[in-house]
Write a protein that binds this ligand. Structure first.
Ligand code: TEU
Ligand code: CA
Length: 536
């Protein structure tokens, strides 16, 4: 049903770290099947699972060597079909992750290209004299192939060559992949780095700089997305594009209400408010003024245009939010609930990233050998080469590394958090003795049970799923407040982002408390307090 996603919540699984069914230390498809009832118990409608297709795993599956087959490390096609069917029986649908900006360098197409086959060279972006661009994971974005005397573009790792979407054959191949999974019964799609697929004309004439920046929202981007959507018939399904560093105007088009492109987009501006001078590898407390400004602009702007947003704090690329904008120590539970409420009651479709619903924290690794992520290990080297001390570089990784969100899901307080009977591929967080599904199931006041309430509220309360959104002036930089309105209903959400008592001025509201984390008053808010009031 079109638009069903407006009252739904999505759960994101990072398969490698979710649940291991066979003791090899790696999460897998049968592990997901074992936990479908748990996911169902959250009340979510859709499950986005990160790529499990054939891959040499240079970037944990975001380097696909065969889009139509399951990586044996994660299971078989039969397992995958059973997983889709079993979710369907529970009324849930899978969203598969389409990595279409690039393939693996071990994909058959790229192997043929490297062998000099002109047909396949035109599947990728080869140039004689490319500009000096840097890649997202550090180092140059162009790699020289001596046998061809040319460079190829890789916005990410050298093992992730960028595809040439200007070639109609490439677009046809990728549409076929979408049709293949659609026929298997998948209910939606997530498209990786989608706003980078249309590359600028005259690449060679462009200046040096960040390659990814030059490729955002390229000249044919809307045309290619519209073609992909209409030719595969996915316009009625739930679709989300990953659109980093884009503008509000572009996102309004990407998720336009006519439905010619996608249902919604991920954008990341709100997750850069702790980047010093825009750089990820820095340490800075979150700028709450900026956070409020970004949400106001995007929420109100998208609402006015009738476009739709994906709402999230966490994913497999981001540090854990309770460690980042909350307080994982003294106010662990309070801040996790406040942050959850802030995101879930906004206008859009909320995404829960595995373990977020437990208040899972950053990994707190102290040695470089504990990290596995290619971006983290590359940037550690780059920081050290640039004179950053070992201690400082490790402190930055401890705050920013993608591995913070990739430690195994904490199912139990027991051995390896119940994730595997073997040796986990990435260390389990020692705090699983306190933070786990088992422990939180027993506690009615747990973060887990609170997330269930939030998912239910979106389904039950039309002002939350469909209402208008407006940010309110709380007279206090640390308290961000907004209202959702529909007909006679008004839902007011007040969030204290600080660890202190905070006074609120100028917000008048009377009604019943829908949800909150203290039994407080909205005039004086406790540390990390959230209060949601329904007026009708
Ligand atoms: O991420 C793309 C992206 O632009 C960022 O989220 C980026 O990975 C991050 O900022 C690095 O700090 C997607 C996937 O989500 C990510 O896991 C992949 O590594 C990447 O694409 C390449 O496929
Ligand atoms: Ca396994």
């Amino acid at each position: 049903m079109r638009d069903e996603y407006k009252s739904s919540t999505v759960y994101q699984i990072y398969i490698k770290s979710f649940c291991d069914s066979n003791g090899d230390g790696i999460g897998d498809i049968n592990g997901i099947r074992k936990k479908l009832l748990y996911i169902y118990s959250l009340g979510v409608k859709y499950i986005w699972v990160t790529p499990f297709f054939c891959s040499p795993m240079a970037d944990n599956g975001y380097d696909v060597s065969d889009y139509r087959n399951v990586n044996p490390m994660f299971g078989t096609m039969e397992d995958c079909e059973a997983m889709i069917r079993e979710a369907d029986e529970l009324g849930m649908g899978f969203m598969f992750d389409m990595v279409f900006n690039h393939t693996s360098d071990e994909h058959e197409w790229f192997k043929k290209a490297l062998a000099g086959d002109p047909e396949y060279m035109d599947y990728y972006i080869f140039r004689d004299n490319p500009p000096e661009w840097t890649s997202v994971f550090g180092g140059p974005a162009w790699k020289f192939v001596p046998s061809l005397g040319k460079y190829y573009l890789h916005l990410f790792d050298p093992k992730q060559p960028d595809l040439n979407w200007d070639n109609p054959k490439v677009r046809e191949e990728l549409k076929d992949v979408v049709r293949f999974w659609k026929e298997k019964g998948v209910k939606g799609f997530r498209f990786d780095v989608l706003n980078r697929i249309s590359k600028p004309a005259n690449l060679e004439a462009l200046p040096a700089g960040d390659g990814s920046y030059f490729c955002k929202d390229g000249p044919h981007i809307h045309e290619y997305i519209q073609e992909l959507v209409s030719d595969t018939g996915i316009g009625e399904m739930i679709t989300v594009g990953e659109m980093a560093s884009t503008t509000l105007e572009q996102c309004i088009k990407y998720s336009n209400p006519e439905g010619t492109e996608l249902s919604m987009c991920f954008n990341f501006h709100h997750l850069k408010v702790d980047y010093k001078d825009g750089g990820k590898w820095t340490l800075l407390p979150p700028d709450l003024h900026e956070l409020r400004r970004i949400f106001t602009t995007w929420q109100e702007g998208m609402s006015k245009a009738g476009s739709w947003q994906a709402l999230f704090w966490c994913n497999h690329d981001q540090p854990r939010i309770v460690s980042r904008f909350g307080d994982e120590g003294k106010y662990w539970k309070e801040s996790a609930k406040m942050l959850a409420t802030f995101i879930h009651l906004l206008r859009g479709t909320p995404y829960i990233y595995q373990g977020e619903e437990l208040g899972m924290t950053n990994a707190h690794f102290t040695d470089i050998s504990q990290y596995q992520d290619v971006e983290s290990t590359n940037y550690y080297k780059i920081m050290r080469e640039n004179g950053v001390s070992e201690a400082d570089a490790l402190a930055i990784l401890a705050a920013k590394s993608r591995d913070n969100s990739r430690t195994p899901m904490q199912w139990t307080s027991g051995n390896n958090a119940g994730f595997t009977s073997g040796k986990p591929w990435l260390s389990v967080n020692p705090n699983h003795t306190k933070i786990s599904v088992d422990a939180e199931e027993l506690d009615p006041d747990s973060i887990l049970n609170y997330y269930r309430e939030l998912v239910r509220l979106r389904k039950d309360c039309p002002a939350i799923s469909e209402g208008n959104v407006k940010f309110l002036d709380s007279g206090n930089e640390n308290v961000i407040a907004y209202e959702r309105t529909l007909g006679n209903e008004r839902v007011v959400v007040l969030c204290n982002f600080s660890g202190n008592d905070e006074k609120v001025k100028g917000i008048d509201v009377k009604g019943k408390v829908l949800i909150g984390n203290y039994s407080g008053s909205h005039k004086m808010m406790k540390p990390y307090e959230v209060l949601v009031i329904l007026e009708s």
